[in-house]
Design a protein around this ligand. Structure first.
Ligand code: C5P
Length: 252
């Protein structure tokens, strides 16, 4: 049997790992309107700190949803995946920065000039949000890439886009767990690598293609995991989040 002090030390190590896991889980609030999103947040905010506002919710609820969540003390990942001419993307990045999001996305495939303009738009901003370049969507496989004229493997395309992002001054990327180890070597310890397509073992994959379990993605080098449906569509979202956090805690 463990001595009491040893038991306390073990407990606090476990608590510490859970606290670390909480800082690295982002729940995708893919909800059709603000009320549905806020109901989910109310159920999850006891265990989750990061929430992702994406196209569905932002289009329905507008920028105020980001401000509301940030004012409630949450860390917000604004996932609008900007992809336009450099001047327009730079303006969108400036506008998004005023909302209080801590991370935001743009498509690396927008090209070097677009990435550089977005990066330059944050020059001089105090405590700027992390700009994340989306490499290849986790819903795309080699056949989907080929259909849009990219004949490389997903891994090779991700690497090409990440090198482009690094050259433009970015250090943050969204990729699948399959490429995260290679991107960690490229971006180094300062790289911010955000991995969606996370599915607990045996979970429904849905439209995702390049998936991994929470522990696999963290062990491969992910900084943050994005989890949507396995939590938001669960009968008990808070319980589902807690299970995922427990698995993450074994790998942080
Ligand atoms: O429900 P699921 O866990 O598949 O949700 C994943 C979330 O991550 C979605 O909100 C999706 O927009 C986002 N995402 C992704 N693949 C990327 C970038 C973001 O699935 N490459």
């Amino acid at each position: 049997m463990s001595a009491p002090n040893e038991l306390n030390a073990n407990l606090s190590a476990g608590d510490c790992r859970m606290a670390k896991a909480r800082k690295r889980l982002i729940v995708a609030l893919d909800a059709p309107h603000a009320q549905a999103a806020m109901e989910l947040v109310a159920r999850l905010e006891g265990s989750c700190q990061w929430f992702k506002v994406g196209l569905e919710l932002f289009t329905a609820a507008g920028p105020s949803i980001v401000e509301t969540l940030a004012a409630r003390g949450h860390s917000i990942f604004l996932d609008l995946k900007f992809h336009d001419i450099p001047n327009t993307v730079a303006g969108a990045v400036r506008s998004a920065t005023t909302l209080g999001a801590r991370m935001m996305t743009l498509h690396a495939s927008g090209g070097p000039a677009m990435l550089a303009a977005a990066h330059a738009a944050l020059a001089g901003v105090v405590d700027p949000p992390e700009l994340l370049a989306v490499t290849v969507l986790t819903s795309m496989d080699a056949a989907q890439l080929s259909a849009v004229g990219a004949e490389r493997t997903p891994a090779a395309q991700v690497e090409l886009l990440a090198r482009m992002g690094l050259a433009a001054g970015l250090r943050g990327f969204v990729c699948s767990s399959k490429e995260v180890a290679a991107l960690r070597s490229l971006a180094g310890p300062e790289g911010v690598l955000v991995v969606p397509g996370i599915r607990p073992a045996g979970g429904a994959i849905g439209d995702q293609k390049r998936v991994a379990t929470p522990a696999e993605a963290l062990r491969a080098g992910a900084s943050f995991l994005v989890v949507g449906r396995p939590i938001t569509q669960a009968a008990n979202p808070a319980e589902a989040a807690e299970k995922i956090l427990q698995e993450m805690a074994t790998a942080v």
